[in-house]
Ligand binder design. Structure first.
Ligand SMILES: NC(=O)C1=CN([C@@H]2O[C@H](COP(=O)(O)OP(=O)(O)OC[C@H]3O[C@@H](n4cnc5c(N)ncnc54)[C@H](O)[C@@H]3O)[C@@H](O)[C@H]2O)[C@@H](O)CC1
Ligand SMILES: [K+]
Length: 479
């Protein structure tokens, strides 16, 4: 599992650790990791030009010590001090004694433009609000310059705890972060500013408390995959019901069933008007034309994709909400649900909105959901007492229990933004629910496999390609 911790948790762990190690040791560990990443980006250090953006805190200190290390290996380095009186004094002294130069008051942009590597040490976890104008200009010069931009701990200007970006921020090619990931590195929009991530161990692990965020890795996904045992038959593996599609949108039925068939359940029951289209593509489906209530026993329901807005659609949603098994509600189901009926449920409920649907459920503007994804997903989970999977550039899964970390999916790709891809995810995740996974595990494993499948499918991909690649994603995880 990859974890993200809040600033408060990091600060507490640092304080505990600092009491046990010699003064300055943590910063030297950080600087060593940073210099190593800088070396990798440069390829050849000797003769390279490094520009160091230095703010007024320890983040600038890390950058200065790292630059001192690069200077000792033959680089030339220029520091751009944003607040010369408050630059980290010991780091600046080490930088100067290794041969580093300080740019003249008006020479910062030139140093940045000429650099092969720009170290962004403006702010780290102590940053508040976006970059101030002078730093914002340098960040632009760094983005437009020829060198690689390496952020120290975080790209300066992003909000460490929320992943929100309120104003200009550094666009990094890579970020070296210390001790643990910070939420901003894992959640958009901030994560888009961070580039490739590298975690440097500074010895915090034993002192870190509970994480804010966690991201499944391959091994975590593998451990969650349902596997049939010797005693399994199709009913013991779980039967998933799919109430999706309509005369108007029969494709959604086909796509949701395609996902469901590849999600580990032993059988898929389809209930609704899309039966002929479903059978034409998937003859193994158990099809009925009525509502979920009349469809026979299942261990989980998926309701919503392509249902439309008919009375039959409303009945399907009401029936699914009334069923005493886990359910997943997506798309039209999210528009048709009664919040009170969701809150009344005792079996698990998973809601899978994209930003627009989340905005409608919350009564927010869509931009607010996109800008405040972590807040939005937590708020939805709390209001509905449900597990919420918020789709998008970084898919998040929040549990109704606010004490549990939000899960962030690391496998997504922009290629998933294709018609019908959400229908496949719904079917897949519902199938994992039917196979017996807990709601947050089903949702986060569903997102993981779905993203991986998109990565394994030749581009540009269609939703059916995506479903067809799910066995390869499954195999990739379990291999
Ligand atoms: N505490 C520790 O043990 C360690 C800290 N480390 C580094 O220390 C950083 C935290 O250092 P600090 O707490 O000094 O804080 P930062 O260096 O992140 O920034 C705080 C300083 O920046 C100013 N500032 C805040 N927002 C600003 C903005 N928008 N524009 C311009 N200036 C702004 C503040 O007035 C303050 O002087 C970490 O991110 C990490 O890089 C590492 O050296 C590892 C060890
Ligand atoms: K930084």
């Amino acid at each position: 599992m990859r974890y993200g911790h809040s600033v408060e948790t990091v600060r507490r762990a640092e304080a505990a650790l600092m009491a046990r190690v010699p003064e300055g040791a943590l910063m030297q560990r950080a600087a060593a990791g940073l210099a190593g990443a800088g070396t990798d980006l440069l390829g050849r250090v000797y003769g390279a030009r490094v520009a160091v953006l230095v703010g007024s805190g320890a983040n600038g200190g890390d950058a200065l010590y790292a630059a001192a290390r690069l200077l000792r290996r033959g680089a030339a380095a220029t520091a751009v001090l944003l607040n010369p009186e408050r630059a980290y004094a010991e780091g600046l002294a080490a930088f100067r004694s290794a041969g580093g130069r300080v740019a003249a008051a008006d020479g910062g942009a030139r140093a940045v433009a000429r650099a092969d590597l720009v170290l962004d040490g403006v702010t780290g976890i102590g940053g508040k609000g976006g970059l101030r104008p002078e730093a914002a200009d340098l960040a632009l010069a760094a983005r437009d310059g020829r060198g690689a931009v390496l952020a120290v701990d975080l790209p300066s200007g992003v909000d460490a705890d929320t992943g929100e970006v309120h104003g200009p921020a550094v666009h990094a090619d890579a970020t070296v972060t210390f001790g643990t990931y910070k939420p901003a590195l894992l959640v958009d929009p901030a994560a888009e500013f961070a580039g490739a991530l590298r975690l440097v161990d500074i010895g915090l692990d034993g002192d870190l408390g509970a994480p804010e965020l966690e991201a499944l890795q391959h091994a975590d996904a593998a451990a969650l995959l349902p596997r049939p045992s010797g005693e399994s038959d199709k009913y013991r593996r779980g039967v998933v019901g799919v109430a999706a599609g309509s005369e108007r949108y029969p494709g959604a039925a086909v796509l949701a069933v395609s996902g469901a068939l590849r999600g580990g359940a032993g059988a898929v029951r389809y209930a609704g008007p899309g039966g002929p289209a479903v059978l034409a593509r998937h003859p193994e489906t158990l099809v009925s034309a009525g509502s979920p209530r009349a469809a026979g026993r299942v261990q989980a329901w998926v309701v919503g994709p392509g249902l439309g807005d008919t009375s039959q659609a409303r009945t399907a949603v009401d029936d699914a909400l009334a069923a005493d098994v886990p359910i997943l509600v997506d798309a039209d189901g999210l528009r048709l649900l009664t919040p009170e009926a969701v809150r009344r449920r005792t079996a698990a409920t998973v809601l899978t909105p994209h930003a627009g649907e989340a905005a409608a459920l919350l009564g927010w503007a869509r931009e607010d959901v996109e800008g405040r994804r972590l807040h939005a997903v937590r708020e939805l989970a709390a209001r509905f007492g449900a597990t919420v999977l918020l789709k998008g550039s970084t898919t998040l899964v929040a549990d109704p229990d606010p004490g549990r970390p939000v899960r962030v999916n690391a496998t997504g790709t922009a290629w998933l933004a294709t018609a019908g891809s959400g229908d496949v995810l719904s079917g897949l995740t519902g199938s994992l629910l039917a196979a017996g996974l807990a709601a947050r595990d089903a949702a986060s494993l569903g997102a993981y496999l779905h993203g991986l499948s998109a990565r394994l499918t030749p581009h540009p991909l269609t939703a059916l390609d995506l479903a067809d690649s799910l066995p390869a994603a499954w195999h990739n995880v379990s291999a």
